[in-house]
Design a protein around this ligand. Structure first.
Ligand code: HAM
Length: 429
């Protein structure tokens, strides 16, 4: 019996990789323009890191983490998200003092034991950014606009929803109002929500049951309970988004699935991916650094984009974003003597930057021409016994079908220069 990948774990096959690389390159380029530095953090962390940051009473921590005891009996977890590990690293290495700007990004796999479906995997990939040390609302707008720009440059259309979750000063009054509202509906909501209405009432608004969601349409809205500072911060965030011409709608019931958020939260949503509507999401987490043992006054904000969802959207909305990769030249050597002559020339051409393919086994011309087609070769160089005897190989332009002779005598450097001139003159130096 063959062994298959685990449920919810997906291979990214060679014909999909161009799309992934295109998305990653687009994002990296934009991150750089906005002054971000890359950070790479481990996949395994102490379980406590996530329990303390994401929150004990969240779906992620309660139901979705890949946690286990390692050989020493320590409880460790495969990271379900990137914010907590990046902040752990930031605090552990005192990056506050070392970096010119506290703008970090990271790209990599995350793990959540969710029910797999289209756009929802157990191993998925995020591109995420975190900015530490600044609470100005213009930063919130700048980050949201950066996420918007990534989607724009990828040619993707989504919509943006924003909300404010307030701060420790204004949230208690809101929680009270919500608890009262929930108490009157206990028998109409699911068991999880009943439990959470005691332990972590805000979480109920994030419940995945549509039945519960129907009940919450009339729930009190956090925006009606913001303290003056949070209210002003949210107003200024919206005004700054207007200045950058980023369109948004305010969704007062968007609470996000992680406990660390304060003030601004946002989601980039689409209806093109079925139930999995968020392609990116994030928000402010002003108390999190302190909660993880770092500096008291170190506000933070960030977001993450789900790469699988971007790939799906891109193949639906902008399939031509990455043309297939082409091979500059396929060298068809016929017979041992020709292969021995061509082999070092192919290597030299590759050293000089050309994308070159060669059949190493010396198959028939017909078979080699098929291989050249499959490799999307723009040119084929044919070198057989006759060509070796005359010292003239044949160069075939696969688009126009035109053929010309290329001298195959003299030093390899000179041969390569002639070939590059014929195949990719812009790369001859
Ligand atoms: P999140 O909303 O849990 O936030 O995830 C961010 C994005 O990751 C989602 O919008 C979605 O595109 C993608 N995603 C999440 N779960 C899955 C899954 N099972 N399969 C495929 N894609 C998925 C966070 O993780 C926060 N750390 C974001 C953040 C950074 N907030 C501040 N800084």
């Amino acid at each position: 019996m063959t062994i298959q990948a685990l449920k919810g774990f997906k291979d990214i096959l060679p014909d999909e990789v161009a799309l992934w690389q295109h998305i990653e390159a687009t994002a990296r380029n934009i991150f750089q323009r906005f002054g971000f530095n890359e950070i790479r953090v481990p996949i395994l962390e102490k379980t406590e890191l996530f329990a303390r940051s994401i929150g004990e009473a969240t779906d992620i921590v309660e139901k979705e983490m890949y946690s286990f005891s390692d050989r020493n009996g320590d409880s460790i977890t495969m990271r379900p998200e990137g914010t907590a590990p990046v902040l752990r690293s930031f605090i552990e290495h005192g990056l506050q003092a070392k970096l010119p700007v506290q703008r970090l990004y990271t790209i990599g796999p995350m793990f959540r034991h969710e029910r797999p479906q289209k756009g929802r995997l157990r191993q998925f990939h995020q591109m995420s950014v975190e900015v530490l040390g600044l609470n100005h609302p213009r930063l919130d707008a700048e980050l949201i606009a950066m996420a918007w720009l990534i989607l724009e440059e990828l040619g993707l259309t989504t919509s943006l929803q924003i909300n404010s979750l307030g701060c420790p000063a204004c949230r208690p009054a809101y929680k009270d109002a919500l608890v009262q509202f929930l108490a009157a509906r206990t028998e109409h909501i699911c068991e999880d929500c009943q439990r959470r209405s005691q332990s972590n009432p805000l979480r109920v608004l994030d419940c995945k049951s549509s039945h519960c969601q129907e009940q919450y349409v009339t729930a009190p809205a956090i925006l009606d309970h913001l303290c003056p500072d949070c209210d002003e911060h949210f107003k200024q965030t919206r005004a700054s988004l207007d200045l950058l011409a980023v369109p948004y709608t305010v969704n007062p019931f968007m609470v996000r699935g992680l406990d660390y958020y304060t003030r601004t939260t946002f989601e980039l949503v689409t209806d093109a991916l079925g139930a999995q509507s968020a392609v990116g999401a994030g928000g402010r987490y002003d108390g999190l650094v302190e909660q993880l043992g770092g500096a008291k006054s170190m506000p933070g904000i960030g977001f993450a984009m789900g790469m699988e969802r971007l790939v799906l959207l891109l193949s639906q909305q902008n399939a031509d974003a990455c043309p297939d990769t082409e091979t500059d030249l396929f060298v068809a050597a016929l017979g041992e003597e020709a292969a021995v002559a061509a082999f070092p020339v192919v290597h030299l051409l590759r050293r000089k930057g050309l994308q070159v393919a060669m059949d190493l086994e010396g198959k028939s011309l017909k078979s080699q021409m098929k291989q050249a087609d499959r490799a999307k070769a723009r040119f084929v160089l044919i070198l057989g016994e006759e060509e070796l005897a005359t010292g003239q190989a044949i160069l075939r332009d696969m688009a126009s079908k035109e053929q010309r002779q290329i001298p195959m005598v003299g030093p390899q450097e000179a041969l390569c220069a002639v070939l590059i001139e014929a195949v990719a003159p812009d790369r001859n130096n």
